[in-house]
Design a protein around this ligand. Structure first.
Ligand SMILES: C[S@@+](CC[C@H](N)C(=O)[O-])C[C@H]1O[C@@H](n2cnc3c(N)ncnc32)[C@H](O)[C@@H]1O
Length: 245
């Protein structure tokens, strides 16, 4: 039986490891969200968009742990998969298929938008922050957890071989926490409240990959990359911001 209980993530530790690993689409989403939420000031009743919500584990967590109303929007996963998870956990959340550039919501609808391990697929373009923050109320919060580098690939001048082997050019969307801070702050569309590389990022990612391998009986695709890395380049960035007003 895989154990995913961690003292530093007490809220996440309440959830069944088997269920979390069945929902697996990327590393340790609840640990990332629990850490990110420390920077977000989520309050009961808030309207929250879980963007790139996958199979909905993070949406269940948002609804149950913070008492917020959740809209779970995802492109690749059938919304009925997330809806089944909501029903199984007694959570009232809305699951929908949506593409991150054509979101079907009214302007200024959300109190907060969170995005766990998905922003890197669509959020690095210069104009995306302006598009997304239009859906936030004044004073609303945006928080992302995204795979990160300790050094910019542009500064290195190359993609480290062990990273290139697994993700190829897509690693270009993995940035340092400081890159994200500058990329958002310079727009003056938001005030960046926190941009940090998780101290435990690489270790947590490896722990999850090992647990996922044990759960499925097949080595997780990222294991080789993470072992080669040893935390030299890889981790997760948690970036939070507030829309002025
Ligand atoms: C690595 S998975 C993470 C899922 C979930 N947040 C989690 O952590 O378990 C990335 C998710 O991003 C979503 N995604 C990728 N591109 C997207 C886009 N253009 N619009 C909406 N969602 C997108 C995918 O559907 C996928 O579920």
């Amino acid at each position: 039986m895989v154990d995913l209980k961690r003292a530093e993530y007490p809220l996440s530790s309440k959830y069944d490891a088997g269920w979390l690993l069945d929902c697996d689409m990327g590393p340790n989403p609840l640990w990332l969200l629990e850490d990110l939420a420390r920077d977000l000031d989520l309050q009961p009743g808030m309207k929250v968009l879980d963007l790139g919500s996958g199979k909905g584990a993070t949406s269940v967590f948002l609804a149950k742990e913070y008492g917020v109303q959740v809209w779970a929007a995802d492109l690749w996963v059938d919304p009925s998969d997330a809806a089944a998870n909501f029903a199984a956990h007694g959570v009232e959340a809305t699951a929908l298929r949506a593409e991150a550039h054509t979101l079907p919501f009214a302007r200024a609808f959300f109190d907060a938008i969170v995005c766990i391990d998905a922003y890197e697929y669509f959020g690095t373009a210069d104009n995306y922050l302006a598009y997304l923050t239009a859906f936030l109320k004044p004073g609303g919060r945006l928080g992302i957890a995204t795979p990160a580098m300790t050094r910019e690939i542009r500064d290195l001048g190359y993609i480290p071989e062990h990273i290139k082997k697994l993700v190829g050019w897509e690693a270009l969307a993995w940035h340092t926490a400081d890159w994200w801070r500058f990329h958002w702050e310079i727009t003056e569309l938001v005030e960046v409240t926190s941009a940090r590389l998780q101290e435990t990022g690489w270790r947590d990612w490896l722990t999850w990959a090992e647990a996922a391998s044990e759960h499925t009986g097949t080595p997780d695709g990222s294991l080789e990359m993470l072992h080669a890395d040893q935390g030299e380049y890889l981790g997760f960035a948690l970036v939070s911001a507030r829309k002025p007003g």
